[in-house]
Design a protein around this ligand. Sequence first.
Ligand code: NAD
Ligand code: IPM
Ligand code: MN
Length: 328
Amino acid sequence: MTSRIAVIGGDGIGPEVTAVAVDIMKSAGADIETVDFDLGGSRYLRDGTVLPDEILTELRGFDAILLGAVGTPGVPPGLIERGLLLKARFELDLYINLRPFTLPDGHEFMVVRENTEGAYAGEGGFLRKGTPQEVATQGSVNTRHGVERCIRFAFDLARSRPARHLTLVHKTNVLNFSGDLWSRAFDEVSADYPDVETGYNHVDAACIHFVQDPHRYDVIVTDNLFGDILTDLGGAVAGGIGRAASANLNPDRTAPSLFEPVHGSAPDIAGQGLANPVAAVLSAAMMLEFLGQDEPARRIEEACATVPDEGGTAAIAAAITAGVEGTR
Ligand code: NAD
Ligand code: IPM
Ligand code: MN
């Protein structure tokens, strides 16, 4: 059955890499129909639109959303990020951010990042803003429901993989409230998964292991902000940020899931044909897999595994296209 995909190219290199991803899905034989949505910083600067509820309602009618990246110089930081991307994550209840990494030697590990709570919930505010007595607070929201559903997803994922290993990453030695909730929920849920081996790392130590010994990891589960930071590091150790894909999932399928590269809009290289499209292309493959189009997804993953990262967007896109067409 044809999958209807909403494509939000967004800002900077976003539209450059989503255009490649759409072409490659078609070359790989995916059965898709796409509709482009002009959203992001440039749209905002033109007419003030970020993500109004009517457009969100329209997006709900699609099978999935493919997003490039949002955020652009000239627009206050966070305005588009929060108003578009986080709004979509929260409103569509995309509570899992799944970010897989493949090391140059083939070892694969995955970060399951909680995607709707933590420091991203926007709890906080100012007092006496702009005065010498200014106060700014930024809370972290952790609900038992939100934490537990994320941990259960991670256990299910770990159980489905050969290594059956799950590591909780947090900062329980300092974050005595949220860390305590996370580790109690983790321990309690683990009782339902006796076949999954578990471990724990503080997030600072996890940074060392990501660089020096990432092979120790199979599946990692962590909170929203730690997951954000760790997955840029994951990208950097696993072949570069230009290869890091991600899926914002609503596992209950009550709304469309959203797929996007881990990287941002890269204003420093936008418009120059330099962006590596692999991250967007692999995100599209995750999308096809989630939609049950396993064959084209597998073709794309295989082609991306061997494609060189040099030569710029067009050359890399041509190499992936040759790869997927070679296996059809
Ligand atoms: P960034 O990920 O855009 O760029 C960081 C560095 O990585 C830059 O040097 C960039 O050139 C390089 N890079 C990123 N993607 C690349 C690719 N595909 N190929 C080659 N090089 C690549 O992070 P930033 O500079 O901190 O953020 C820029 C903007 O993007 C900000 O507005 C930020 O909020 C936003 N952002 C959006 C998303 C998203 O929409 N999902 C994610 C991260 C950042
Ligand atoms: C990411 C990005 C986003 C995040 C920003 C743009 C809101 O950095 O997807 O990793 O922090 O989640
Ligand atoms: Mn990030």
